[in-house]
Design a protein around this ligand. Structure first.
Ligand SMILES: Cc1cc2nc3c(=O)[nH]c(=O)nc-3n(C[C@H](O)[C@H](O)[C@H](O)COP(=O)(O)O)c2cc1C
Length: 233
């Protein structure tokens, strides 16, 4: 459970963070949030200027007032933000969607201009300290991540891939190569890892890549692309 509250140094101080990230020579995806169309455009253009290869719009953080899922559950605003941003940046724009909505397909429809969907953000939850007799988080509500949400993420990946045909980036509870493969076979073209980095440490990336290689060798898959959506019926 977390309620970090989207703490960050601010976009104007982010160029140095991006410089460090880009030193690895891999594409860097800039994750941004805002409360208005203008804020998304301002921050998105800065991220592009700092060398991001794509923008991931956080339309789904469940525990900060006025941004995240509060923006993401307003279909007209989502459509307006993505439409406006697409006209202002050249890099792909990804919409990170929330599992905390009644109809994700409706939100996906309003985000149809995005180049890909990222699913899922954390699931809204809370915990009680039974000795203090109060919520553990001073924010009361927080976001649940890690193993417990994997099956929710896979379900949304499957549903969105099948119903929209859009490229999907799967995230939620991935700790092993088998977890990542489930997402890929449910329709994800790529995956992200959050909590697994905390529980398993940095070696998680190498371990997952190694697992992929031996699985693909033994099952006769030549590329990850060949496995995308193979479980979709
Ligand atoms: C401590 C923490 C901070 C997070 N901060 C953000 C954030 O700033 N923006 C965002 O879009 N998602 C954020 N997330 C959500 C993760 O990116 C991810 O969608 C979610 O945790 C599910 O993946 P996981 O189970 O691999 O952690 C955060 C998650 C955690 C645990």
């Amino acid at each position: 459970m977390n309620a970090v509250g989207l703490a960050n140094p601010g976009i104007d101080n982010f160029s140095s963070e991006m410089r460090i990230a880009r030193e690895a020579g891999k594409p860097v995806i800039g994750s941004i949030f805002g409360s208005t169309v203008e804020e998304f455009i301002y921050v998105g253009r800065k991220m592009e200027e700092y060398g991001a290869s794509a923008l991931e719009l956080n339309l789904s953080c469940p525990h900060v007032i006025g941004v995240g899922s509060e923006v993401g559950s307003d279909p007209e605003l989502v459509e307006e933000i993505i439409g406006a941003l697409k006209g202002k940046v050249k890099i792909p724009v990804w919409a990170k969607l929330s599992p905390n909505v009644t109809d994700i397909l409706k939100v996906a429809e309003s985000a149809a201009l995005a180049d890909a969907f990222v699913v899922i953000n954390t699931v809204r939850g809370m915990a009680i300290d039974i000795h203090a007799r109060c919520p553990v988080l001073s924010n009361v509500y927080g976001g649940l991540s890690g193993r417990g949400i994997k099956n929710v993420g896979i379900r949304y990946t499957y549903q969105l891939y099948k119903e929209t045909g859009k490229s999907i980036i799967g995230v939620g509870g991935i700790e092993t190569y088998e977890d990542a493969l489930e997402y890929i076979m449910a329709g994800a073209s790529a995956v992200e890892i959050g909590t697994g980095l905390y529980t398993k440490g940095k070696s998680i990336f190498k371990e997952i890549c190694r697992g992929f290689s031996s699985f693909m060798d033994s099952e006769g898959f030549a590329s990850i692309r060949d496995m995308v959506g193979v479980a979709v019926q």
